[in-house]
Design a protein. Structure first.
Length: 127
């Protein structure tokens, strides 16, 4: 039996805003005190839209069955892949395809939207 790893990230997988309600991103960003915060905003079909308020770096990981889309609202957000880094600024996005080992980092506080399969494990697949 493998041990469950503990990560210093505030990750909330509950759906904050059900269908037919206003998705209020500014209030969540303003209230955020965590260095690495991830909140599921809403579900759209089989995918979820998540809000990330981040500063610092995430660990290297991959998702064997799921792509991830990142879209920067504020700040600077870097996606490191094994062979290169992608430096995103506001109003820029990037898809990390399933199976690609990656890590993300934010040199200063960044606000990012993520779109991914509802069943994805944010910290990556073990193995």
């Amino acid at each position: 039996m493998s041990e469950t790893k503990s990560y210093p990230y505030a990750t909330f997988l509950d759906i904050k805003f059900p269908a037919l309600t206003l998705v209020d991103v500014p209030s969540l960003v303003k209230a955020c005190k965590d260095k690495w915060y991830n909140q599921t905003l809403c579900k759209v079909n089989d995918s979820v839209v998540r809000l990330g308020v981040m500063q610092g770096e995430y660990h290297w990981h991959k998702h064997d069955r799921d792509d991830e889309f990142f879209f920067v609202l504020e700040g600077r957000f870097i996606i490191e892949l094994e062979d290169r880094s992608v430096d995103l600024r506001p109003q820029e996005g990037f898809v990390v395809p399933k199976g690609f080992v990656h890590r993300t980092l934010a040199p200063e506080r960044a606000v990012v939207l993520m779109v991914e399969n509802a069943g994805i494990v944010p910290t990556g697949d073990e193995g």
